[in-house]
Design a protein around this ligand. Structure first.
Ligand code: NAP
Ligand code: MG
Length: 392
């Protein structure tokens, strides 16, 4: 008998190689075991063009309504894609659209498998990065001052602060953030920490930036004290604030296992470092969490275009489906938790274990072979999925 569900998952289909894998994952690993209920949205670029991108907005609304979504990787159009897909407009990144509609934060977590090398041997547990994807230098205003002169900030009350009196050419930059966005970020991080029962670290440079970075520190602290302290204590986890440089040094010396919440630029830099240490992009999952507890799961990688062109020529590819499978297990497990369906939760666990055990047995896609400590056999995506299915 198949496992039944109570509430549908919002399913967001995508593009290219990941769209091919999406179908196979459902066929081989989900549908034989689960009586899947999903509300389907086709976010593939051709359908975004046909619907004038309305489908992306509808999908985001559905995630708000149902609470849990799973997303396939999608093309973010650029000039070359405009021609390739004959687009009428350079549609915005679906991830950007959904993130702004849900006001969410993205958490990136590596999938660790015994035998797959981690460049930092002391990091025995995954480090999850949460990047504040709003404001700061990413929406900064900057300028070149060619001949010197005074640059100042003017505030709404008319008061003025001198940034610098230039005696010669120089550069200047200003940036902003909002209490609202920082609060959403803090709540998303704290909800996620409670969810996965891991310690939460946050860092800024409040000693130097006594108003800007200090505001981040204060908001996090206030939200923690008033809304989350008791829940964290009950869950046996901690919230820890320290300076960014101190955090970097402590994390390098740690065994991992924490959620590392970072300001926008810190998160940009640190997530690349962490992803590199844990190996393949194909083994990195990603979940968007809104401050009011809506979830969208996906793989961190893109649509793997290079493999898709090979596939179109009729070649077999060895594209790694693991992060996309984990997007499905993440969504199914969350649905199981929300709807109190222990069978669905244990199915998600079983499917993840089947992935890990398959790799541990030496059967894996090509991208992992060089990283594996032991005898490894590279197989095609289909063979890999079949090997996983036989273990579920
Ligand atoms: P990508 O799809 O992540 O692929 C880059 C390279 O990384 C691949 O060519 C492949 O290397 C390797 N790789 C990534 N995922 C893999 C997997 N599952 N299995 C095996 N190898 C994997 O990035 P991209 O080529 O820069 O972007 C392609 C498209 O994806 C773009 O249109 C972009 O807009 C979109 N994108 C979407 C998302 C998203 O929806 N979240 C995120 C990023 C990019 P080899 O070729 O060396 O094997
Ligand atoms: Mg980066």
């Amino acid at each position: 008998m198949k496992i039944t569900m109570k509430t549908p998952i919002v399913e967001l289909d995508g593009d290219e190689m990941t769209r091919i894998l999406w179908q196979k994952i459902k066929e081989k690993l989900i549908l034989p075991f689960v009586d899947l209920q999903s509300v389907y949205f086709d976010l593939g670029l051709p359908n975004r063009e046909i619907t004038k991108d309305a489908v992306t907005h509808e999908a985001a609304d559905a995630i708000k309504k149902y609470g849990v979504g799973v997303k396939c990787a999608t093309i973010t159009p650029n000039a070359a894609r405009m021609t390739e897909y004959n687009l009428s407009q350079m549609w915005k990144s679906p991830n950007g659209t959904i993130r702004s509609q849900l006001d969410g934060t993205v958490f990136r977590a590596p999938i660790m498998v015994k035998g797959l090398k981690v460049l930092m041997p002391t990091w025995t547990q995954p480090i999850v990065i949460a990047r504040h994807a709003y404001g700061d230098v990413y929406s900064g205003v900057e300028g070149y001052v060619p001949e010197g002169g005074k640059v100042s900030l003017v505030f709404p009350d008319g008061s003025e602060k001198t940034v610098f009196e230039f005696k010669g050419p120089g550069i200047v930059q200003s940036m902003h953030n909002t209490d609202k966005s920082i609060k959403s970020f803090a709540r998303s991080c704290m909800n996620y920490a409670l969810d996965v029962k891991k310690d939460l670290w946050f860092n800024a440079k409040d000693t130097i930036s006594k108003i800007y970075d200090h505001r981040f520190k204060d908001i996090f602290n206030e939200i923690y004290e008033t809304e989350y302290k008791e829940k964290f204590e009950k869950a046996g986890i901690t919230y820890f604030y320290t300076l960014i440089d101190d955090a970097v040094s402590r994390i390098m010396k740690s065994n991992g296992g924490m959620i590392w919440a970072c300001k926008n630029y810190d998160g940009d830099v640190m997530s690349d470092m962490v992803a590199t240490v844990f190996g393949s992009l194909a083994m990195m999952t990603s979940v968007l969490v809104s401050p009011d507890g809506k979830y969208e799961y996906e793989a961190a990688h893109g649509t793997v275009t290079r493999h898709y062109y090979k596939y179109l020529k009729g070649e077999e590819t060895s594209t790694n489906p693991v992060a996309t499978i984990y997007a499905w297990t993440g969504a199914l497990r969350k649905r199981g938790e929300l709807d109190n369906l222990p069978d669905l939760i244990s199915f998600a666990d079983r499917l993840e274990n089947a992935c890990v055990e398959t790799i541990m047995s030496g059967v894996m896609t090509k991208d992992l072979v060089a990283n594996f400590d032991g005898e490894a056999k590279a197989v095609t995506s289909d063979e890999f999925l079949d090997a996983i299915a036989s273990r579920v």
